[in-house]
Design a protein around this ligand. Structure first.
Ligand SMILES: *Cc1c(COP(=O)(O)O)cnc(C)c1O
Length: 396
């Protein structure tokens, strides 16, 4: 049977794979060799699922939104990843990778972070497991996301401001990789999304696939059938999206729609829409769609949502888009803001700005009355309060 998931070399069609400097080869070889055995080990699974249940608070509810259902004229369910410990889906992945790092006898964890959400999720599991934690973050982001920096420090992590390039996420990744290459035997690099060389995209997809596993069970209970007509998720690097579709990707009854960050509009150039505006290239060790400027340099992405502004995209969403298995819509800042205010006012749920991009898809698509739609609410919006307060008067 045809599958849209990764082959044994980590390729999704032409995307993914391993494109790394020789110095990182030993670390990546070790991971490639061992990750499936560790992830499938019953003892690993017992520890992972038990932490997801009692520490993260899973399963996350599948909530039927009355307001959105009425508005769209069909059933709209929200998969409530916002209710997880630390406020987003990212913890599903960090719990899994910290258990894996322990089994590889690593003592030091490094991670990159943009807005700080992955940094907080990593610092959290490092505190839980007593691991030495080092977070690389662009110097500009350190200044912009001060509260998350304080949370990481309170959790015991050391935050290293990246001062190269534009001093944002891409530079934080570059500096984390450089630190890793200096001491590969002790360090585990805990990547926060479905990006990087094989096996990271496949490994992170598997660790996030708990989302679609639960959706299947919850739809069976609520609807008497274990698939939806539509799955909708936002994509930054692609981890909540990959987790949302993982168990449905080869089931063509479930339509897939991804929302990438259009920013001020794809045509303005101020965008993070890597699928709409990107070209095939290599970024951070894998082949994907990358946004370049006119000089062929990697372009600084823009989105109102810090968690979506990455100049590339995970190989699974890139492949699903190329194969037309998924429809990808570039949702602009204002569409996301409108959707966020609507959910807040009508449902009493303040969504993360990232998740609001997925919600905005509902205004772009016409559904049939019998459709069952699941939108993944990847995180909560506490971190975005200042942006919301500044923009609110334009929307009410
Ligand atoms: C980080 C983040 C995202 C984007 O990351 P993906 O890997 O694409 O899921 C989306 N939503 C929230 C709430 C986030 O914190």
């Amino acid at each position: 049977m045809k599958t849209y998931l990764a082959d044994s070399k980590g390729f999704y069609g032409q995307f993914g794979g391993t494109f790394i400097p020789d110095i990182l080869k030993p670390c990546i070889d070790e991971l490639q060799e061992k990750y499936l055995e560790i992830l499938n080990d019953p003892e690993f699974q017992e520890e992972y699922y038990s932490l997801l249940k009692d520490y993260v608070g899973r399963p996350s509810p599948l909530y039927l939104s009355k307001h959105l259902s009425q508005k769209c004229g069909c059933k709209i369910y929200l998969k409530r990843e916002d209710l997880n410990h630390t406020g987003a889906h990212k913890i599903n992945n960090t719990i899994g990778q910290i258990l894996l790092a322990k089994r590889l006898s690593k003592t030091k964890i490094i991670a990159e972070t943009g807005a700080g959400q992955h940094g907080v999720a990593t610092a959290t599991v490092c505190a839980l497991m007593g691991m030495d934690c080092h977070i690389y973050m662009g110097k500009l982001d350190v200044e912009r996301q001060h509260v998350n920096v304080q949370r990481m420090e309170m959790l015991g992590a050391t935050v290293h401001p990246a001062t190269s390039g534009s001093m944002t996420l891409k530079d934080a990744v570059d500096e984390a990789i450089a630190a890793w290459a200096k001491n590969p035997s002790e360090i585990y690099y805990l990547i926060g999304s479905t990006v990087g060389p094989h096996p990271y995209p496949d490994m992170v997809s598997r660790l996030q696939s708990i989302i679609s596993k639960e959706i299947k069970q919850q739809l069976e209970e609520k609807e008497g059938r274990d698939y939806p007509d539509y799955l909708i998720a936002c994509i930054g690097g692609g981890s909540n999206a990959s987790g949302t579709v993982y168990h449905f990707v080869d089931d063509l009854r479930a339509n897939i729609i991804f929302a990438e960050a259009g920013g001020k509009g794809v045509e303005t150039g101020e965008t993070a829409a890597s699928i709409s505006a990107g070209k095939e290239g290599i970024l951070h060790g894998f082949k994907t769609l990358v946004m370049y400027d006119e000089n062929g340099e990697i372009k600084e992405p823009y989105s109102i949502s810090a968690g979506l502004d990455y100049p590339g995209i995970g190989p699974l969403p890139a492949h699903l888009a190329a194969e037309k298995r998924a429809l990808v819509l570039a949702i602009n800042d204002d569409e996301a803001l409108k959707a966020a205010f609507e959910l807040t006012e009508k449902e009493g749920i303040i969504p993360a700005l990232e998740s609001a991009h997925a919600l905005a898809v509902l205004d772009r698509v016409t559904f049939k009355p019998e459709d069952v739609v699941v939108v993944t609410l990847s995180g909560r919006g506490d971190k975005d309060i200042n942006t919301y307060l500044a923009e609110r008067k334009r929307f009410i």
